[in-house]
Design a protein around this ligand. Structure first.
Ligand code: ATP
Length: 402
């Protein structure tokens, strides 16, 4: 896949607010590309720059080797799907889908053929003559997708397209979107604040924060190797520890001095220097929890703690374990038949271990920086958690109502 949509140094200000700050991106033809970040980070503004609803103060936008920065929206081969679907209420499903081709004065026969193809794609052949008020939220979303795709855009922009749907429908539509993308092979740029959506659909994700790109990578790269404490806290759950890089052991491993833990061994691919302050990030599923002391190994870290909380979730159990000042979050996958084992219970003394390869070292924020992205990660995490928890509660409420 070659670069197809390129954004070069785009900046957009609204008065004193710099919504998009010198953003550069290269999106490949046919890619499913997500712009992911918390509310207000500038992702919709970036999408609107590509659609042509806004003009960048500086920077250029290139689509298929053509500079489209100064083209009005209707002259760009780009279509946008909005959160609220924006269907015409007085037109049937069929007429909504046909709308773009009718405006373009295509021959009647061609319009009929294309609309039938789209109805097949979204599996709504039997709903063609209903009005938007007579179909479900998920079906409206599918009609909006068909209405956009029928114009054969080079890029389809999707602005939080599933946000108005309840949780179950959202999960279903995720699979549908994936299938539709595979079928039509058009470049999709998908804006969302939901990391689950971005991770499950995208070839690559650009994580945005305060108008800038923090990291670009595949879902696995972003999850396993976050480049900043912001990304580590925003994508999935993680445990953060504060410390210093005490010394390098060899080319690959370093000893960290984590407050309250003493020495911890960690893979060091960051070239952080001896004496530098660091955060150590360990994902909950990377820890092992056991009653007995695990087998010693020069690349295994071990701590002793006490279980404070347990939630059994069938496929895995979540534990919270007190180790000194820290409360560690641990997921244990039940890959073996659980009832054969003596379960770990509340208040049990346990061993926690993890491999040096499974911790991830991040440069620590500097005290002088006031940017939100550089706050200690627990604070970033709190902000992000409150955002996603609210959303999940809202979705669960809607789910119950339906
Ligand atoms: P959300 O997920 O809440 O939609 P977002 O990441 O898409 O957020 P934007 O809508 O791009 O963020 O907004 C980025 C910043 O620019 C915010 O501070 C917002 O208030 C500001 N902003 C966006 N549009 C305008 C506008 N038309 N006039 C003034 N400020 C704006």
């Amino acid at each position: 896949m070659s670069e197809f949509l390129t954004i070069i140094g785009a900046t957009k200000r609204y008065g004193a607010v710099e919504a998009v700050k010198n953003v550069s991106l290269e999106i490949k033809r046919g890619e499913f590309y997500a712009l992911l970040g918390p509310s207000g980070c500038g992702k919709t503004t970036l999408l609107r720059l590509v659609a042509g609803f806004e003009r960048p103060d500086t920077g250029r936008i290139i689509l298929n080797e053509q500079d489209i920065t100064d083209l009005p929206p209707n002259q760009r081969k780009v279509n946008t799907i909005f959160q609220n679907y924006a269907l015409f209420p007085h037109l049937s499903v069929w007429d909504n889908i046909a709308f773009g081709l009718k405006i373009a004065h295509l021959p009647k026969k061609e319009i009929e053929e294309e609309v039938e193809k789209m109805l097949q794609l979204i599996q709504m052949e039997d709903q063609a003559y209903k009005k938007p008020s007579q179909i479900s939220g998920g079906q409206k979303q599918r009609v909006a997708i068909a209405r956009a795709l029928i114009n054969k855009p080079q890029v389809l922009l999707l602005d939080e397209p599933l946000a108005a749907l309840d949780l179950k429908l959202r999960q279903h539509m995720l699979m549908e979107l994936d299938l539709i993308h595979d079928e039509v092979n058009i470049t999709f740029v998908y804006v969302t604040h939901d990391q689950g959506e971005a991770m499950s659909l995208s070839d690559r994700i650009a994580v945005m924060n305060m108008g800038s790109i923090e990291q670009i990578g595949t879902p696995a790269e972003i999850y396993e190797a976050p480049k900043s404490s912001f990304v580590a806290a925003f994508i999935g759950d993680t445990n953060f520890f504060e410390g210093l890089l005490r010394k390098s052991i060899d080319e690959e491993y370093s000893l960290l001095d984590i407050e309250g833990f003493g020495d911890v061994i960690c893979f060091n691919d960051k070239k952080i220097k001896t004496g530098d302050p660091i955060f150590l990030s360990v994902r909950p599923e990377k820890f092992r929890i056991s009653r007995d002391m695990p087998g010693a190994n020069e690349h295994i870290n071990m701590l002793q703690g006490q279980v404070e909380d347990i939630i059994y979730l069938g496929a895995h159990t979540k534990y919270w374990v007190r180790v000194g000042e820290y409360r560690l979050e641990i997921f244990q996958q039940h890959s073996r038949f659980l009832l054969d084992e003596k379960p770990i219970l509340w208040k049990d003394d346990v061993w926690i271990s993890w491999s040096a390869d499974d911790g991830y070292m991040l440069e620590r924020y500097s005290e002088e920086d006031e940017d939100w992205m550089l706050l200690p990660p627990e604070e970033v995490g709190e902000d992000v958690d409150s955002l996603t928890d609210d959303d999940d509660e809202e979705a669960a409420e809607k789910d119950e109502e339906s």
